[in-house]
Design a protein. Structure first.
Length: 318
C-alpha cells in the first residue's frame, strides 16, 4: 500500500510563510523574507527610531531659549513638551489597527515623512501657539513609529536571531537620549534652536526612501473594524493620566483638577478593560491571560506603552 504524498503548506502572498513552530504568543505568526536579508532593514528601522527618540530629548535643552524668544512664561512653554506627550498617549493605541488596515511598510514610510514634515513646521513656528500645535502634529507619527518598528522587526528577523536584533535595537534606543542633550546644547548655543527640528527633515526623507527600497511588503488584514468605544476609553484615560502627571507639580497634586483627572483616568481605563474582555468583537488588545494574541510592550523609550497585535485573519496584498 502506497503512502499518500505529503503536502507542503501553501505559500502566503508576498513571500510570507507561516513559522514552523506555530508562532510565539502575542507576536506575529508570519515572517517576511527581505531580499537583502534582515541586517539592512534592521539598520533602517533603528535609524527611524533613533530620530524619533532623539527628538524627545533634544527639545528639552532648547526650552529656555524658546521661552526667551517668544516671551512666554515657564508654565506656558512647558506645553511644547506636554502637548507632544499627550498626543503620543492618544495615538499609540490606534497604531496597531493602522498597521493591519493599511500595511506596515506603508504606515512606516508615511510616518517617517509626516515626522519630517512636522519637524519642518516646528522649525518655522512664529509663536508658542503655533509651535505647540506643530508639536502635537509631530507627535502623531512619533507615536506610530515605535509600534510599527517593533512589529516589522518581529516579522523580518528569524526567531533564533531575535535576541541579537533586539540588542542592536535597544542600543539605538539607549544612545539617542544620551546624544540628544549634547547635540541640542551645541545647536542651541552655537547655531539656532530651530535647527533641532530642521535636522530631522533630511533624516526622515532619507529613512523613508531607504525603507521603501529595502523593507519587504507585508499583508494587510481584511475585515478588521475599528474599535471606537475601546479607543475612546483608552485614549481618554491615557490623556487624563498623562495630563495629571505632567501638570501635577504646577497645579498641585492635591488640587481638584489633578484628582479629577486621575479619577477619570482610572474609571476610563477600567471601562476599557471591561470592554476588551466582554464586548469588543475585535479588541485593540487582549486583556485575558494565557497564550492569546495581544500587545507586547516596547523597550523603554520614554513613551506610553505601545504594542503589536497579532491577527490570523485573511491577508490582503499591498
Amino acid at each position: 500500500m502506497t503512502r499518500p504524498a505529503e503536502t507542503q503548506p501553501a505559500a502566503s502572498p508576498n513571500g510570507l510563510a507561516d513559522r514552523p513552530d506555530g508562532g510565539v504568543p502575542g507576536l506575529p505568526t508570519r515572517r517576511a523574507e527581505p531580499a537583502v536579508g534582515w541586517g539592512l532593514p534592521l539598520t533602517v528601522l533603528i535609524a527611524g527610531m533613533f530620530m524619533s527618540i532623539l527628538d524627545t530629548t533634544i527639545v528639552n535643552v532648547a526650552i529656555p531659549t524658546i521661552q526667551n524668544e517668544f516671551g512666554v512664561s515657564t508654565d506656558d512653554v512647558q506645553w511644547v513638551v506636554t502637548g507632544y506627550t499627550l498626543a503620543l498617549g492618544v495615538v499609540v493605541p490606534v497604531t496597531a489597527w493602522l498597521g493591519d488596515r493599511f500595511g506596515l511598510k506603508r504606515v512606516y514610510n508615511l510616518a517617517l515623512l509626516a515626522f519630517a514634515a512636522g519637524s519642518a513646521l516646528c522649525g518655522l513656528a512664529w509663536d508658542l501657539n503655533s509651535l505647540v500645535a506643530f508639536r502635537i502634529f509631530q507627535a502623531i507619527p512619533g507615536g506610530i513609529l515605535p509600534v510599527i518598528t517593533l512589529s516589522i522587526l518581529y516579522r523580518i528577523v528569524p526567531r533564533d536571531r531575535l535576541g541579537a536584533a533586539m540588542g542592536l535595537y535597544g542600543l539605538g534606543i539607549v544612545c539617542a537620549p544620551a546624544i540628544g542633550p549634547t547635540l541640542g546644547g551645541y545647536l542651541v548655543e552655537y547655531v539656532n534652536w530651530r535647527l533641532i527640528f530642521y535636522i530631522n527633515v533630511p533624516i526622515g526623507i532619507l529613512g523613508a526612501v531607504a525603507a521603501a527600497l529595502v523593507l519587504p511588503r507585508f499583508p494587510r488584514i481584511a475585515g478588521r473594524r475599528f474599535d471606537v468605544l475601546g479607543f475612546v476609553t483608552v485614549a481618554g484615560g491615557l490623556f487624563a493620566l498623562l495630563l495629571a502627571t505632567s501638570e501635577g507639580e504646577s497645579w498641585g497634586w492635591s488640587s481638584y483638577r489633578v484628582l479629577g483627572l486621575i479619577t477619570y483616568s482610572v474609571l476610563s481605563l477600567a471601562l476599557f478593560v471591561v470592554i476588551e474582555l466582554e464586548r469588543a468583537p475585535r479588541p485593540h488588545t487582549s486583556a485575558r491571560p494565557g497564550p492569546r494574541t495581544g500587545w507586547a510592550p516596547t523597550p523603554p523609550t520614554s513613551r506610553p506603552a505601545a504594542g503589536i497585535r497579532r491577527s490570523d485573519r485573511r491577508p490582503v496584498p499591498d
